[in-house]
Write a protein that binds this ligand. Sequence first.
Ligand code: PHE
Length: 332
Amino acid sequence: MLAEVEALQASNAEELENLRIKYLSKKGAITALMADFRNVPAEQKKEVGIKINELKNKAQEKLNELREAFGSSDSEDNSIDITRTAYPIALGTRHPLSLVKNEIIDIFARLGFSLAEGPEVEDDWHVFSSMNFAEDHPARDMQDTFFVEAHPDIILRTHTSSVQSRVMEKQQPPIRIICPGRVYRNEAVSARAHCFFHQVEGLYVDENVSFTDLKQVLLLFAREMFGEDTQIRLRPSYFPFTEPSAEMDVSCTLCKGQGCSMCKGSGWLEILGCGMVHPNVLELNGIDSTKYKGYAFGMGVERIANLKYQVKDLRMFSENDVRFLKEFEAAN
Ligand code: PHE
């Protein structure tokens, strides 16, 4: 075995450790010889003892030699180079939709709006009926709804107006809330439409709330969001839950109203729907419409993000391509 030990070879720490286990560990071959030593006849003990010791020392020496031999050249060993500079820590970035959503919430928080959230899987009452959509009202067709199969009454919310209803049924005015959240509509996915997207909706109910208050708050929001020189305009529109209703445009963020390809030459970009809360909505949600009035508005987060960052394809927002997300590092 002496010759065998002398010829040992190892090229990395793992092989070396295997050799140590083979010969010198508790169950190793040399250890076994030493254990057998007591069975050696007395007259041979001296000679055998010397040989075993010699073998053990040789093995130890050889393993040390091998360790030193590749210790300096082998990069696979476990030694730590404490002089090496640290690997850079790769920080993640916030998703652009989160950035924009937080910015919207921040602006309204400064105006005294508090945050309210509700479930994405909703019942028909909170999404439609309590929002003044009549049972056979054609307005229900405006929003293609996903139904949860077993329950025709249970749907994925098509707008965050359902959160308005959930707050009003529990709380009397004054109510001043901002409701961010994901909504779902049964649309074919393309660059310009998606089956889910995000909204932020606002609601203010109190005594003596007027359309002027709504307009002023929205103007302030537009200027905080898109810059001080932003102009707004309100166009008459229709929603079952507001009367009167309007859609708001902001002066084009790219050409400042001169007319360009983004605003299709008009100088204006549509960004949200709004109006005075319909008295029926107040009554349906347990609020006295003779005493209180309210305004509401709702906007798409993707739409605002597109205007701020000119994202051409809506699908980018949900594909989680790291190259796309990294683009927003500076905005974090
Ligand atoms: N809920 C409307 C939508 O999804 C937006 C809206 C909210 C309009 C509040 C007016 C008032 O399109």
